[in-house]
Design a protein. Structure first.
Length: 317
């Protein structure tokens, strides 16, 4: 019988909790770790986890704790590692570069080291669209020359791709780096734009826009991301880097107009200069994922934002 055990790092977070739920629904055994760091309110993460904690094997701890990570691999016959735990977020990475390096680089090495020692079948890890920096050509393709990150966060994610390649070369284990493009949907991190703007709209507070509102992003609905991750897992052989986006873009101002329409509220806008580390645009070429991993994102912005706002109302009243 195929070993279906999956190990998800950062399982109590936004993407990790969605991935855990879909894996459980497919009858897989889920093992997870999270340290409930205070990047945002840990209560939110405990709530995410409480949706399924009784159905998984959970370790409350830090991926930088080598003894704990070794024990997790020893105690569980892990087939696939989904490594999502990280210090996320571009702007805060300038405030605490040492912590970003410690978690994202050292933590990732510890996960790979144990995964390789215990002979897992596959490792998939979260990279980011931010590795493209302000690359001149759009849409961004995996084959582009992209060694110009503009934030500490992006630099750690690009370094993760290099680390991962080394671990793959050493072990022969199939490894994939997943370049997520701004993920949104229920349980999105509270400091991310869509969540922040929705909260401001409902509370009649000003929305601060950095730049002229014309910067744009390729926003990806979380269900599309999770389907993409599992599609890559099943077909993965060798080493790969894969964009997971929607191949559609929305400007910041259009995002706000859409949210106004869906919430029925009117935004109070406050324009500020662009922030250090913020890229002007993201736009994913998804040809590689579609051709090789059957990726087929389904959710347009309007329906995805509708689902997000529905969740927001149900959760916060
Ligand atoms: N959300 C996005 O739009 C997006 C885009 C690109 C890349 N990513 C990447 O995807 C991954 C998941 O992102 P998310 O939005 O779900 O973030 P999240 O912050 O909601 O989830 C990350 C989880 O990892 C945990 N964690 C952090 N450091 C840890 C440590 N040292 N030990 C154990 N657990 C730790 C956190 O407590 C959190 O629950 C991250 O690697 C992030 O960089 C996310």
């Amino acid at each position: 019988m195929v070993n279906k055990n999956v190990f998800i790092t950062g399982i109590a977070g936004f993407i990790g909790s969605h991935l855990a739920e879909l894996c459980l629904s497919k009858g897989r055994n889920v093992i997870g770790i999270d340290n409930f760091n205070t990047f945002y309110d840990p209560k939110i993460k405990r709530q995410n986890l409480s949706r399924f904690q009784s159905n998984i094997t959970f370790y409350d701890g830090d991926i930088r704790d080598r003894d704990l990570v070794t024990k997790i691999f020893r105690e569980n016959n892990i087939h696939t590692v989904f490594h999502l735990a990280a210090m996320a977020g571009v702007r805060p990475s300038f405030q605490n570069p040492t912590l970003y390096a410690d978690v994202n680089l050292n933590g990732t090495n510890i996960i790979f080291e144990s995964a390789v020692r215990s002979g897992v079948e596959k490792v998939l890890f979260a990279s980011s669209s931010s590795v493209y920096g302000n690359a001149p050509k759009v849409p961004f393709a995996e084959t582009d020359d992209i060694d110009h990150p503009i934030s500490i966060y992006a630099a750690t994610k690009r370094a993760n791709e290099k680390q991962a390649k080394v671990w793959h070369e050493l072990s022969g284990i199939p490894v994939a780096g997943l370049r997520f493009f701004t993920v949104y949907g229920p349980r999105q991190r509270p400091e991310m734009a869509i969540h922040l703007f929705t909260r401001a709209l409902f509370n009649h507070q000003p929305i601060t826009l950095f730049g002229d509102g014309k910067t744009y992003r390729d926003y990806t609905y979380v269900d599309d991301i999770i389907a993409g991750i599992l599609g890559i897992e099943s077909a993965l052989a060798g080493f790969d880097i894969v964009n997971l986006g929607e191949n559609r873009t929305t400007t910041l101002i259009d995002l706000i107009r859409l949210l106004e329409k869906i919430t029925g509220e009117t935004a109070i806008l406050n324009f500020e200069p662009m922030q250090r580390g913020d890229v002007d645009r993201t736009f994913a070429s998804i040809d590689h994922a579609c051709t090789n991993y059957n990726y087929s994102p389904q959710t347009d912005m309007e329906s995805g934002l509708g689902k997000f706002v529905e969740w927001y109302r149900a959760t916060f009243g």
